[in-house]
Design a protein around this ligand. Structure first.
Ligand SMILES: *[C@@H]1O[C@H](CO)[C@@H](O)[C@H](O)[C@H]1NC(C)=O
Ligand SMILES: *[C@@H]1O[C@H](CO)[C@@H](O)[C@H](O)[C@H]1NC(C)=O
Ligand SMILES: *[C@@H]1O[C@H](CO)[C@@H](O)[C@H](O)[C@H]1NC(C)=O
Ligand SMILES: *[C@@H]1O[C@H](CO)[C@@H](O)[C@H](O)[C@H]1NC(C)=O
Ligand SMILES: *[C@@H]1O[C@H](CO)[C@@H](O)[C@H](O)[C@H]1NC(C)=O
Ligand SMILES: *[C@@H]1O[C@H](CO)[C@@H](O)[C@H](O)[C@H]1NC(C)=O
Ligand SMILES: *[C@@H]1O[C@H](CO)[C@@H](O)[C@H](O)[C@H]1NC(C)=O
Length: 358
């Protein structure tokens, strides 16, 4: 009797175990729960709120085809954005997410974006999310903190033990989740302020390689910011986390840089010249460990998540919603005319060039 119960119990156990482990996935995989925050590669969406879709009339300055919520659902865990001051406005309306300038692309207030992220995090309670704010108009910590507080996301924010000393080791994802401090908030740049202790100055804790790459041969792993770090050896011994920029700009026309979307399927691929997978492999060999964050445009393409899963040794990720890996095209009548117009312009240019050269 006892033996039979034991046998029955042992037959049930694996089932229970697999159910439990599926529930305890952290950032889409049980294998990541006990890894330190800085011993993981986090997939980043560069300029996350700046979408190139029908809501922005397929803005050419848009860096992403899908909004921040869809990015999170697809496995993105770092969202970057630029924050600009709107002169003459007060309160929440003073700080907007704008691409270079608010005349070019304005995605609304910082507080609203944080609300959207907060809402996703509240329905996905086993996920650690990082936001990286580019502080274009030097908002003070109190001003940014007021936006975090207005959105409610400050309740999930992690506070580091020191605002200037790089920790020897960061908490594990499970520690952050259990403590209810699942939001990591970095700002480039900010002076630490004890009244808003969760806002971390990016370059006190991270270094980056160059971001202004306009050719697939241009990427490297050399530190570019903070400027105090000039060699890979200095960057490695600083203990700072490595944010690897990996996105391509179109060749500047009149000095205006726009994301190169036509090449994004190669830029975000796992293999090939200028691919994300190849860049991770080469920087992993430079630093003897994978980058902590990879920042990409058009993150659905590639898909970029495949190279990140490989870097993390993650197979069979759970809880993601897959998104098309295709470029999102404007299929409205005006979009088709615009594309035909572009082709027409190229044809005219080629005909003109041929005529001129003969
Ligand atoms: C990072 O995680 C891997 C995989 O779990 C583990 O083998 C390694 O010891 C960890 N490294 C550090 C420094 O904790
Ligand atoms: C994000 O985009 C999806 C469609 O791709 C849409 O259903 C959803 O409402 C959007 N969410 C936000 C917060 O903008
Ligand atoms: C806002 O005011 C600042 C000076 O306080 C100025 O440098 C900036 O150009 C102004 N921005 C706009 C969009 O007018
Ligand atoms: C936030 O969500 C609202 C809808 O809930 C949407 O209209 C808005 O575009 C989103 N903002 C950003 C920056 O994603
Ligand atoms: C979790 O919270 C407790 C209490 O605030 C704190 O002492 C501990 O250091 C936190 N753990 C981590 C990993 O942050
Ligand atoms: C995008 O990059 C590819 C590879 O360098 C290049 O051939 C193409 O011309 C670029 N597109 C634009 C619009 O600059
Ligand atoms: C990228 O897209 C172009 C145009 O659709 C296609 O010719 C090329 O084979 C694609 N490359 C990869 C790596 O998917």
């Amino acid at each position: 009797m006892f033996l039979r119960n034991l046998l029955q119990a042992s037959a049930i156990l694996p089932l229970l175990y697999s159910t439990t482990s599926a529930q305890t996935a952290c950032n889409n995989s049980p294998s990541l729960c006990n890894r330190a925050y800085n011993n993981i590669t986090h997939l980043g969406a560069h300029d996350s709120p700046f979408v190139r879709d029908k809501t922005t009339d397929f803005a050419t300055s848009g860096n992403q085809y899908y909004n921040s919520t869809v990015q999170l659902q697809a496995g993105v865990r770092l969202l970057s954005a630029q924050v600009h001051k709107v002169n003459g406005s007060t309160g929440e309306d003073m700080w907007h997410l704008c691409h270079t300038s608010c005349d070019l692309l304005d995605m609304g207030t910082l507080a609203n974006w944080l609300r959207n992220i907060s809402s996703w995090m509240n329905s996905n309670t086993n996920d650690v999310v990082t936001v990286l704010i580019v502080n274009s108009d030097n908002a003070t910590p109190a001003q940014l903190g007021a936006q975090f507080a207005a959105s409610g996301i400050n309740k999930l924010a992690y506070t580091p033990p020191s605002t200037s000393v790089v920790p020897k080791t960061w908490p594990t994802l499970q520690n952050l989740i259990s403590n209810g401090t699942r939001l990591m908030s970095f700002v480039a740049s900010i002076t630490a302020d004890s009244t808003v202790p969760y806002l971390m100055d990016e370059f006190s804790f991270m270094f980056e390689n160059a971001y202004q790459n306009a050719a697939p041969t241009a990427y490297n792993c050399t530190p570019n910011r903070p400027t105090s770090l000039t060699t890979t050896a200095a960057a490695a011994s600083s203990g700072k986390m490595f944010l690897m920029n990996h996105f391509l700009y179109s060749t500047a026309f009149l000095g205006i840089q726009t994301p190169n979307s036509t090449y994004a399927n190669v830029t975000n691929a796992q293999t090939g010249l200028g691919s994300l997978g190849t860049a991770i492999t080469s920087c992993t060999s430079v630093y003897s460990k994978p980058p902590n964050f990879v920042l990409t445009d058009f993150v659905n393409m590639g898909p970029a998540i495949a190279s990140v899963d490989a870097a993390n040794d993650v197979t069979g990720a759970v809880g993601r919603t897959s998104v098309s890996t295709a470029a999102l095209e404007d299929d409205s009548t005006s979009g088709v005319i615009k594309r035909q117009g572009n082709i027409f312009a190229v044809v005219v240019a080629v005909v003109a060039a041929v005529a001129f050269s003969t």
